[in-house]
Design a binder for this molecule. Structure first.
Ligand SMILES: Cc1ncc(C[n+]2csc(CCOP(=O)(O)OP(=O)(O)O)c2C)c(N)n1
Length: 309
């Protein structure tokens, strides 16, 4: 029996013991995820897996993000999100390694049955007969793809679906797909990938359409080895986006800046920001700064050659 790492978050006032339990559970998830990254790297370097990409350095931010991710929500993200998947109860460590070893048994590797690279997650939309599952009552992952920023246009579509479910009367009976459009699309992206066209088109579209799109930028200061100052105007994506800031009586996006090591701040900011989004459908960017990538970018094993950068 695989162990689940999830702790269910509740908005009700917490007792001291419940709070302590929550913090310790979060610490444990972070620790297990970090150990997964360290062990995964070793598996590639010793030739047991062909490819490795891990979420080390981003653990705390993703645990904080997972607290606001609920039934009916979607994530459209990228390959750094293992901790979010563990914290949401959507992936186990065993399943993560099964994907690394390209296990073709879907019972062991439910994301892609060994067809995708490690850390490319997904959940099912349809059952074996092709009928929609009750997506409004599940946490949903739109299948990860490797072209960076490719998750952005898709995230816009998923957020637009929530708006449609809220405003188009003919959809109001689809209660197994949406609860009045309360669902948010959680989108993750690395700082360097915010330089791509898909990012800018998607941010602009979300700002115009006012759809519940929550964009989390994991900013570790580098795109592989290139510092931010060489690829982002003014070296800061939230600074560069300041003209998109939503103001009184304008469209646009709310822009939040947090530090990726500040657990308490991220829990508070994400919870309040997402709650507001469920009510208003105004999109937001959470610029998570000062996180790290201690093991480097990626690892590839080709015959006897092992490359890491
Ligand atoms: C469209 C596209 N261009 C280039 C790549 C190669 N590539 C993979 S990851 C990466 C850097 C991404 O850096 P960042 O967005 O900061 O995310 P991080 O890996 O640091 O979390 C690049 C250039 C790709 N996968 N897709």
């Amino acid at each position: 029996m695989e162990e689940t790492l999830t702790f269910t978050y509740s908005n009700e006032e917490l007792s001291y013991d419940a709070f302590k339990h929550q913090v310790l559970t979060d610490y444990r998830i972070a620790q297990v995820s970090r150990e997964t990254s360290l062990l995964g790297r070793r598996e590639v370097l010793t030739g047991k897996a062909k490819f490795g990409i891990f979420g080390d350095g981003k653990e705390l931010a993703q645990i904080a993000m997972a607290k606001s991710f609920g039934a009916g929500d979607f994530r459209s993200g990228y390959y750094r999100d293992q901790t979010f998947m563990f914290a949401s109860g959507l992936a186990s460590v065993e399943q993560f390694f099964a994907q690394m070893y390209a296990d073709p048994d879907v019972n062991n590797e439910p994301f892609s049955a060994g067809r995708q690279m490690v850390a490319h997650f997904s959940t099912r939309n349809v059952d074996d007969n092709g009928s929609f599952l009750d997506l409004a009552n599940r946490k949903n992952i739109s299948a990860d793809i490797s072209p960076t920023a490719g998750q952005m246009p898709r995230a816009v579509g998923l957020a637009l679906a929530s708006k449609s479910f809220r405003h188009i009367q003919q959809l109001w009976n689809k209660t197994d797909l949406s609860h009045n459009g309360n669902e948010v699309c959680f989108c993750t992206i690395g700082d360097a990938s915010t330089s791509e066209g898909h990012f800018w088109e998607s941010v602009n579209a979300a700002g115009v359409m006012q759809i519940p799109l929550a964009i989390f930028v994991w900013d570790d200061g580098y795109g592989i080895s290139v510092p931010n100052k060489y690829q982002t105007t003014k070296g800061s994506i939230s600074h560069a986006l300041s003209g998109f800031q939503k103001e009184k009586d304008t469209n646009g996006l709310h822009i939040y800046k947090v530090k990726g090591w500040d657990y308490a701040e991220m829990c508070e900011v994400f919870e309040a920001g997402i709650q507001k989004m469920r009510e208003t459908h105004a999109p937001a960017i959470f610029h998570v700064q000062e996180i790290t990538q201690p093991q480097g970018h990626i690892l590839i094993a080709i015959k006897n050659l092992k490359i890491g950068f």
